[in-house]
Design a binder for this molecule. Structure first.
Ligand code: ARG
Length: 476
């Protein structure tokens, strides 16, 4: 029986069935490089506190750097005694450098180690997602500029409500994603505190400088309270929430695109690159990429629920349940990364059919509100104006005409205030021009939105250092 590192008091080996659920190495090896970084900072603290000497420190650093290279080249395989990434790296180090390796775990616990390691990894993940979000918003803004004059039906209840421009639709998503970006920055700031030096739960017996590990690892602050630091997993839930916001928005947009690609709409044609055929029906072209985004959004949601489920009943402080966070967080990262990578390409490669969008407005009478509003401007009380517009819609339907095609003399019978200008103002494009409030679908407003978003995109260029970490390991 190969002894585990903590095996002093144990006489029997772990049961294989227990190992199957206890060993997390397959779920946490993505943390390798960050665990090494954490260990390098800890070794420096041990040196500074004179717990280890220069010689031991130098060999720990050299050994860890070598292991980092081996991880980078995928030349390592865990053994059955390596229950998690932390134990695996400690074993590798000890085999490489001997006694000095056995000193590395002095004054720390896997509890502060794992919290620090995953926070470092998450900072990098946020950085990556924020960059991806920026690219996605840029793609939406670019398309908005191109589609500024494209009319389409705006819907509520999936029923045609009022005419809008396609650019107005697209900028709505750009603003949602901008909010997601900003929330990502806020959540990043909450995450940016260093737990290292908290020990198992109550602090460390050695005079380790928490400020030193914090600055070595590039955290903004220390996570002050030791027991809070090691039991906290808010940052995992935050990350999952961040991921959920993004994929929920993208799932909604996917749903629109799926509908628009369907034969009843034909507003868009998705490129072959993001669709699949049927194994049976040769004519099929299915919007699988978008459906998968919608499906993955559901799974993403279950991960956030899962995380709350894990923490809600935990007695203070560390409990092994917390190990389950790795699967949730890493699979969320994988899905989020691929969804954010694919979406700008879908947006760029789709063909948008302005004619079909405009044609959908035909006989939709989505100009009726605008007619009522114009009558109000002529002094008709809104409730009466609403009723008159309703009667005119019924008449237009009966005659198979648009509101602006109804005979003026007849229109006057319903309301003497109606003149040619009012009749013409029911043209669909005019109803867009009629919008006067800030943030409306009026072209002037949408152009402002596009400029506002472009300005914001420019302003965050510098923020792109947010969370950017030195990915190379520090060597001495
Ligand atoms: N693999 C463990 C986890 O992710 C590391 C912490 C182990 N701590 C402990 N007290 N057993 O949670």
């Amino acid at each position: 029986m190969k002894k585990t590192m903590w095996g002093g008091r144990f006489k029997e080996a772990q049961h294989d069935y227990f190992k199957t659920i206890n060993d997390s190495i397959e779920d946490d090896k993505f943390l390798a490089i960050w665990d090494i970084k954490t260990s390098l900072a800890h070794a420096k603290c041990l040196l500074e506190a004179e717990i280890i000497d220069q010689g031991a420190y130098q060999s720990i650093v050299a050994g860890l750097n070598e292991i980092a290279v081996q991880f980078a080249t995928n030349s390592l395989q865990p053994q059955s005694c390596d229950e998690d990434i932390h134990m695996w790296i400690e074993r590798l180090l000890t085999e490489k450098i001997g006694t000095a390796g056995k000193k590395l775990h002095t004054g720390r616990s896997r509890n502060d180690q794992v919290a620090t390691t995953i926070k470092l990894w998450l900072k990098d993940a946020y950085d990556e997602h924020l960059k991806q979000l920026k690219l996605l918003i840029e793609a939406l803004v670019k398309l908005s500029k191109e589609q500024i004059d494209t009319l389409m039906p705006g819907c509520t209840h999936l029923q045609i409500a009022q005419p809008i421009s396609f650019a107005f639709y697209l900028t709505a998503y750009a603003y949602k994603l901008k909010r997601d970006y900003q929330k990502g920055c806020d959540l990043f700031a909450h995450l940016d505190t260093c737990p290292l030096g908290s020990g198992a739960l109550a602090g460390s017996n050695y005079p380790l400088s928490r400020e030193l590990s914090q600055s070595e690892l590039g955290f903004a602050k220390i996570c002050y309270h030791a027991m809070d630091a090691i039991s906290d997993r808010d940052y995992i839930a935050d990350y999952l929430y961040f991921g959920n916001l993004i994929v929920t928005h993208l799932s909604q947009m996917s749903e629109d695109f799926i509908i628009w690609q369907s034969p009843n709409y034909k507003y868009i044609t998705l490129s072959d690159a993001f669709t699949s055929g049927s194994s049976l029906m040769p004519q099929k072209k299915n919007p699988d990429a978008l459906e998968l985004i919608r499906g993955k959004a559901a799974v993403m949601n279950s991960r956030l629920n899962g995380m709350f489920g894990i923490v809600k009943g935990l007695p203070m402080s560390y409990n092994k349940d917390l190990q389950e966070d790795k699967r949730l967080v890493y699979s969320a990262y994988q899905d989020l990364t691929s969804i954010l990578a694919i979406m700008p390409h879908i947006i760029e490669t789709t063909s948008y059919h302005a004619d079909a969008m405009k044609a959908a407005l035909k006989h939709s009478y989505s100009n009726a509100t605008s007619l009522a509003d114009t009558l109000v401007m002529k002094g008709v009380p809104f409730r009466e104006a609403h009723h008159i517009a309703g009667q005119l819609v019924a008449k237009a339907i009966e005659e198979g005409k648009e509101l602006y095609e109804l005979d003026l003399a007849e229109l006057k019978i319903y309301c003497p205030s109606i003149d040619e200008q009012i009749r013409q103002s029911t043209q669909y494009y005019k109803t867009i021009e009629n919008k006067k409030t800030l943030g409306s679908t009026n072209k002037k407003d949408v152009l402002f939105m596009i400029a506002d978003l472009a300005k914001w995109l420019k302003s965050i260029e510098k923020d792109h250092m947010i969370g950017a970490q030195d990915k190379k390991l520090k060597t001495v």
